[in-house]
Design a protein around this ligand. Structure first.
Ligand SMILES: NC(=O)c1ccc[n+]([C@@H]2O[C@H](COP(=O)([O-])OP(=O)(O)OC[C@H]3O[C@@H](n4cnc5c(N)ncnc54)[C@H](OP(=O)(O)O)[C@@H]3O)[C@@H](O)[C@H]2O)c1
Length: 244
């Protein structure tokens, strides 16, 4: 059994997930690096190991229940509990067409990963998280999920101009998962919160983001390491609470 805290990060092989793994690894966490592609997971884990981080790759496609169950078994067999789950894996599949021109398949596929995948991993890992004395769950949301900030005419004009139906609404649904799981878990030590990393340069946006992965991962790390009197069921970026 490991004596350090164990964190599972989905989609940990690159981008914000990999940087989150690096930052938590440097804090002494044992990193379970979820990756849907085994080779990409091994490569990323080797890079962390070279930085003296205790990291292990786990093959995990969050849309595939078999790989989720296999990941649960591996964590249970090797650690018996999970201290932190970071639902980081996500996709943005659309090209900017207005909602009326969206193909249903784009919505379905986006929700399959961002919403149903995150739900499935959370549900499957929860019994192990309940075995931790202070379980933490971080859902990677987005500022674009905020109905208040991006989706009413009174919001900032630049923000109001964005209209990515599948991605934005999927992250609003992720926020609903956060709130409703938090309600269920309110009488336990577990804390679940949504994180907005900000517009971060990664493959997700063709590296158009103006923030670094180091900056993006900082709020994720903060929510993963909340003290016992920290918030539950909230939505945060590095500056504090984001309106729903
Ligand atoms: N970048 C931003 O500006 C920004 C802003 C707000 C929120 N976010 C959120 O932050 C999270 C990380 O995004 P990122 O910017 O770091 O993007 P990224 O570099 O594209 O990384 C996304 C990760 O998710 C993985 N993934 C996608 N589908 C998966 C599946 N079905 N099963 C397992 N893993 C899967 C990818 O794996 P592969 O390598 O195999 O594709 C990759 O590891 C996402 O949830 C995103 O929505 C990003």
């Amino acid at each position: 059994m490991s004596t350090s805290k164990v964190v599972l990060i989905t989609g940990g092989n690159k981008g914000i997930g990999l940087e989150t793994a690096r930052q938590l690894g440097k804090l002494g966490f044992t990193i379970l690096l979820g990756s849907r592609d085994a080779a990409r997971g091994q490569e990323a884990t080797a890079a962390l190991t070279a930085e003296n981080i205790n990291a292990k790759a786990i093959t995990l496609d969050i849309t595939n229940l078999d790989t989720i169950q296999s990941a649960v078994k591996q964590v249970d067999d090797q650690y018996g509990a999970l201290d932190v789950l970071i639902n980081n894996a996500g996709v943005c599949l659309e090209s900017g067409l207005p909602p009326s021109q969206h193909e249903l398949t784009i919505l379905r596929n986006t929700y399959e990963t961002n919403v149903f995948g995150s739900f499935s991993v959370t549900k499957a890992m929860l019994p192990l998280i309940k075995k931790s004395p202070a379980g933490r769950i971080v859902n990677l949301s987005s500022g674009l999920a905020s109905l208040t900030e991006y989706n009413i005419p009174e919001s900032d004009a630049e923000k109001y101009g964005l209209n990515l139906l599948a991605y934005m609404s999927s992250k609003t649904a992720v926020n609903a998962l956060t709130v409703l799981f938090a309600k269920e878990l309110k009488d336990t030590p577990i804390k679940i919160n949504s994180a907005d990393p900000g517009y971060t340069a990664t493959d997700l946006n063709g590296h158009t983001g103006y923030r670094t992965v180091e900056q993006g991962a900082s709020i994720v790390v903060k929510l993963a390491t909340l003290p016992s009197d920290g918030p539950n069921g909230g939505f945060f970026d590095e500056n504090g609470v984001i309106p729903w």
